[in-house]
Design a protein around this ligand. Structure first.
Ligand code: ZN
Ligand code: ZN
Length: 139
């Protein structure tokens, strides 16, 4: 039983690392099912939480949206499409850490920061441009 759980977790981690689009648990679930036909969404979710709490993967949460998971814990920034939610890695140097005093953070020791770019992805931009062309004269 323990063995099986470990193996499941390994498959889930491998599949997560193969996807570069920071999937939600539900998206990863459909992916994982090709290798683990009997796995449930709950199991995928639980394993993701476990991996996250062990510091093996990242969990990305954006106000109100479903959490997304990132198979790498390397510090990197993200860019998120505000229209379709697509989430890509950004290969630019991170913004310089704003080296504040601990007092600025209510006594917290700051161990990192998250910075997120938001924008409109290429697909949505194309869609938007086409839509503008098709727009009726009156609305
Ligand atoms: Zn988009
Ligand atoms: Zn990422």
């Amino acid at each position: 039983m323990y063995q099986r759980n470990t193996q499941q977790r390994q498959v889930i981690l491998e599949e997560l690392r193969m996807l570069k689009n920071h999937p939600t648990a539900a998206v990863l679930y459909t992916q994982v099912r090709s290798r683990l036909p009997k796995v449930s969404l709950g199991t995928v979710y639980r394993n993701l939480e476990m991996l996250y709490q062990s510091g093996i993967i990242q969990k990305l949460e954006f106000g109100g949206n479903e959490a997304r998971y990132d198979g790498t814990i390397d510090q990197h920034d993200h860019v998120r499409c505000v229209q379709c939610g697509r989430l890509d890695d950004v290969d630019l140097p991170a913004l310089a850490f704003l080296g504040g005093d601990c007092n600025d953070f209510g006594g917290f020791k700051i161990i990192g920061h998250r910075f997120e770019y938001i924008g409109i992805c290429p697909q949505c931009r194309t869609k938007e441009e086409n839509q503008t062309d098709d727009l009726p004269a009156e609305r």
